[in-house]
Design a protein. Structure first.
Length: 268
């Protein structure tokens, strides 16, 4: 029967293998250091990724030397970087210039390799070898507890791969649900206000300001209601015991038309 790729007459790697007959495979290459493009003189930082053509161009003893050709994403200028097995390094061979940033092994947090002279002394001088052995043992005493702690954390976290993966998926689903709810709320608000602008994310200070504006509005409304009540109230105060009289009704007692508080004598 064969595979579906054979049936369709295509390579499993699709477009990445379009130059495979020339020994070229298209891969995703990450820039190992900072460089300057010679085509546009623009800086390209370490870690920027390119679609690069990978090809074997030679050997250093039994180690292959690989070439990576790519175009600058700013000006489409071709650049080439090759591996250097002899010095365990990458070298720029075409189209770019490396930005020199020499750093010592101590700054990088690694142990510097021994030079030829030191390697010869390690082999022929027992006292020199003993000094290095003592120094290595001291470094090991410091590093072993740290490495053990890291290993313990990793084992505790990934002991049950299925459970750890399940928890991660659950967390991602919850975060995605919250994002969808927030997006729906924002879309509804934009539709209500008939605006076609991207609304910024809500901030805590915006919420506090909105609450304060609501309190001020309620205070203003309460003041308006109080003013209206005072304006509509009678100047004689509340008289709940006053009876309404019709024409022809007999009056049993004299009407107190003037409030008693207005008949009090003034203080000299």
């Amino acid at each position: 029967m064969g595979s579906i790729n054979k049936h369709l007459g295509q390579h499993p790697l699709r477009a990445r293998a379009r130059k495979l007959n020339e020994g070229i495979l298209v891969i995703r290459f990450e820039m190992p250091f900072n460089i300057w493009c010679l085509g546009c003189n623009q800086h390209i930082g370490r870690g920027v990724r390119f679609n690069a053509e990978k090809k074997k161009v030679g050997d250093y003893y039994s180690t292959a030397i690989w070439s990576f050709r790519m175009k600058c994403h700013l000006c489409s200028h071709w650049m080439e970087i090759r591996t250097d097995p002899k010095n365990s390094e990458y070298v720029v061979t075409e189209g770019a210039k490396r930005k020199m940033e020499e750093r010592s092994a101590e700054e990088l947090g690694i142990k510097a390799p021994l030079g030829l002279k030191e390697a010869e002394m390690m082999q022929n001088n027992p006292f020199f070898r003993l000094e290095h052995q003592v120094a290595d043992e001291k470094v090991a005493q410091v590093m072993v507890p740290k490495l053990s702690a890291i290993q313990t954390v990793n084992e505790r976290t990934w002991k049950d791969d299925y459970e750890a993966s399940r928890l991660l998926r659950k967390k991602f689903r919850e975060e995605k649900q919250l994002m969808n709810e927030e997006r729906s709320r924002v879309d509804a608000l934009r539709s209500k206000l008939s605006i076609d602008l991207k609304l910024p994310k809500e901030r805590e200070e915006d919420v506090v300001m909105a609450r304060n504006l609501g309190l001020d509005r309620r205070k203003t409304e309460s003041l308006s209601e109080a003013t209206k009540r005072i304006r509509d109230d009678s100047i004689f105060g509340n008289r709940p015991n006053i009876k309404k009289l019709s024409f022809g009704d007999e009056i049993d007692e004299p009407l107190d038309l003037v409030p008693k508080r207005m008949l009090r004598p003034r203080k000299e």
